[in-house]
Write a protein that binds this ligand. Structure first.
Ligand code: ATP
Ligand code: MN
Length: 478
C-alpha cells in the first residue's frame, strides 16, 4: 500500500499520475461508480472512480453514506467538472460499515436544529466541518498572536475558591454526599468537611489570577474554559464557554483598546488568509439564509466583505456618556420602539441599545468606555470624576458585546475602599490585594468570549453551533 495522503493535499496540487492511499468517510456513492470521499482535511470531497464491473458486488454494497473506507489508486486528471483530479480505485477496504437505513445524516440539507440533536455526528457535515476548522484556526491564531508579541500563556485554575466576581452564577464543585451532608452546629452545610476544606466553584474568569501573572511577566494571557450558571437561554450565552484574557502591566485604557483591536483584526486576517475555502462555503451558506429574510432585514455585506470591513476600518471609540446622548436622541427611543427606553444616565445598556449603536448608528464595531462605576466590577480603575470607571466594552454587529475589559485599579486604598462598599470580603482576596501592596503599577486587560468571535467569523447565528458540545440550561448531552 502506498502512503496515506490527506485529501486536502491531493486537491491543492495539479499533480497527477501517481499512486496514493486515501482514508475517510463516504459522503455519497452514485451509479455504483462515483464515491465522494471526505476525510475532514477540507470541505471538498475527493471523487473516487470505481471500476464496478471488476469489483466484488458484496464490497460495492458496503460502500454507503457514512462508511469509513480506504482507497488505493492512481490520481488522474478529472474529466468531470468541479475537480481537477480524481482517483481511480485499484484497491478498496472497508473499515467500518454504516447502515444507510439507520444513519441519521442523509445526503440532503438538514436543519441546524436537527443537527444540534445529533451533535456527535454533525462534524461530518459541510457546515460543521467548516465551522470547526475555522474555530481551530482562530484558536491557533490566538496563540500565535500573543506568542509572537512575547506574552506568556498562563494557565489559571478551573476550580477556584474565590467567588468575588460571579456570586450567584457559579457552579459549585463538591464531593460531599448530597443526601447526607455534614452540618455545622448552626445547621449549615459544613464545607470544611469538603474535598478542599472549603467551598469551591468552577471559575467564571481567570482575570484575578491573570493579574498576578502580569505583575511578574509583564504580559500574559489565558485561554481556557469558563463557567457561568446564568439562566439566560439566549443565542449568545453558554454555561461553558472559552475565554481569552490578556493582562498587561504598564498598559492604560488606550493601550488596552489598541491591543484588543489589533488582536481581533489579526485573528480575522489569519483565517481570511488560511481558511479561504471554508469561509467561502460559509459565506455562501449565509447568503442563502439571508435570501429567506425580508429585504429590510438582510445584511448589506456578505460574510467575507464583513470580515474585510473589520480589517479596513478602525473601531469607533466613544464614552458611555456620549452613547447615552446618541441613544436618547435616537429615532427608536423617541418613537418608543425600545423595549427599555433610554432616559437617565447610569442605567445599563440593553442589547437592543448596543445593537442600535453598532448596526444602525455607526455601522461598525464600537468601543464604549468610561461606564458608570455602579454597573461595573470592583477592580476597575476609578476616574477622577468620581462617577465613572476606565472600562471598555467592544460591541460587534450581530453579536453585541464581544469584549469586556478595563484598566485595573492599582491603588490599594481605592481598591479596598471600593471592595468594602460592595461588601466583597477583603481578607479572602488578600492574595489579589498583595499585588497592590508590593510593586503595584498601572495595568489593564480584557476578556474576549471565544465563541462570540467564532460566531462573528463564521456567520453562524446561534452560539450552540460554534462549540462542539454546547452546555446550556437543561442541556448537557454528549
Ligand atoms: P453579557 O452582558 O453578554 O452577558 P458579560 O458582561 O457577562 O457579557 P464579561 O463578564 O465581561 O461578559 O465576560 C467577557 C466576555 O465573555 C464577554 O464580552 C463575552 O464575549 C463573553 N461571555 C460572557 N458571558 C458569556 C456566556 N455566557 N457565553 C459565552 N460568552 C460569554
Ligand atoms: Mn453575562
Amino acid at each position: 500500500m502506498s502512503q496515506r495522503v490527506k485529501i486536502k493535499q491531493i486537491l491543492l496540487s495539479d499533480k497527477a499520475n501517481y499512486e496514493v492511499t486515501v482514508k475517510g468517510w463516504v459522503r455519497t456513492f452514485r451509479n455504483n461508480q462515483f464515491i465522494a470521499l471526505n476525510d475532514g482535511s477540507t470541505n471538498s470531497n475527493l471523487q473516487v472512480v470505481v471500476d464496478f464491473e471488476n469489483t466484488d458486488p458484496l464490497l460495492l454494497k458496503r460502500i454507503t453514506t457514512g462508511a469509513a473506507i480506504g482507497v488505493t489508486g492512481e490520481v488522474i486528471p478529472s474529466l468531470g467538472k468541479g475537480q481537477k483530479v480524481e482517483i481511480k480505485a485499484k484497491h478498496m477496504e472497508i473499515y467500518g460499515d454504516s447502515d444507510p437505513e439507520a444513519y441519521p445524516l442523509q445526503p440532503k440539507k438538514h436543519s441546524l436544529e436537527f443537527l444540534r440533536e445529533i451533535a456527535h455526528l454533525r462534524f461530518r457535515t459541510n457546515t460543521f466541518g467548516a465551522v470547526f476548522r475555522v474555530r481551530h484556526a482562530l484558536a491557533f491564531a490566538v496563540h500565535k498572536f500573543f506568542n509572537d508579541k512575547g506574552f506568556v500563556y498562563l494557565h489559571t485554575p478551573i476550580i477556584t475558591a474565590s467567588d468575588a466576581e460571579g456570586a450567584g452564577e457559579m457552579f459549585r464543585v463538591t464531593t460531599l454526599d448530597m443526601k447526607k451532608p455534614p452540618l455545622t452546629p448552626e445547621g449549615e452545610i459544613d464545607y470544611k468537611e469538603d474535598f478542599f476544606g472549603r467551598s469551591t466553584n468552577l471559575t467564571v474568569s481567570g482575570q484575578l489570577e491573570g493579574e498576578l501573572g502580569a505583575m511578574a511577566f509583564g504580559e500574559i494571557y489565558t485561554f481556557g474554559p469558563t463557567f457561568r450558571a446564568e439562566n439566560s437561554n439566549t443565542a449568545r450565552h453558554l454555561a461553558e464557554f472559552w475565554m481569552i484574557e490578556p493582562e498587561m502591566a504598564f498598559y492604560d485604557l488606550k493601550d488596552n483598546m489598541d491591543l484588543a483591536e489589533e488582536f481581533i483584526q489579526y485573528v480575522i486576517r489569519y483565517v481570511l488568509e488560511n481558511n479561504r475555502e471554508d469561509l467561502e462555503f460559509l459565506a455562501q451558506r449565509l447568503a442563502e439564509e439571508e435570501k429567506q429574510k425580508p429585504q429590510a432585514e438582510r445584511s448589506e455585506l456578505g460574510l467575507i466583505e464583513k470580515l474585510e470591513f473589520v480589517l479596513n476600518n478602525q473601531f469607533e471609540r466613544i464614552s458611555y456618556t456620549e452613547a447615552i446622548e446618541i441613544l436618547k436622541n435616537s429615532k427608536p427611543n423617541k418613537n418608543k420602539k425600545f423595549q427599555y427606553p433610554v432616559e437617565d444616565w447610569g442605567t445599563d445598556l440593553q442589547s437592543e441599545h448596543e445593537r442600535y449603536l453598532v448596526e444602525k448608528h455607526f455601522k461598525k464595531p464600537v468601543i464604549l468606555t468610561d461606564y458608570p462605576a455602579a454597573i461595573k466590577s470592583f477592580y476597575m480603575k476609578q476616574n477622577e470624576d468620581g462617577k465613572t470607571v476606565r472600562a471598555m466594552d467592544i460591541l460587534f454587529p450581530g453579536i453585541g458585546e464581544i469584549v469586556g475589559g478595563s484598566q485595573r485599579e492599582e491603588n490599594y486604598d481605592k481598591l479596598v475602599g471600593r471592595m468594602k462598599e460592595l461588601h466583597i470580603p477583603v481578607e479572602e482576596l488578600y492574595w489579589y490585594l498583595d499585588t497592590r501592596r508590593f510593586g503595584t503599577c498601572p495595568h489593564a486587560g480584557f476578556g474576549l468570549g471565544f465563541e462570540r468571535l467564532v460566531l462573528f467569523v463564521t456567520g453562524m447565528t446561534n452560539i450552540r453551533d460554534v462549540i462542539p458540545f454546547p452546555r446550556t440550561p437543561k442541556n448537557a448531552e454528549f
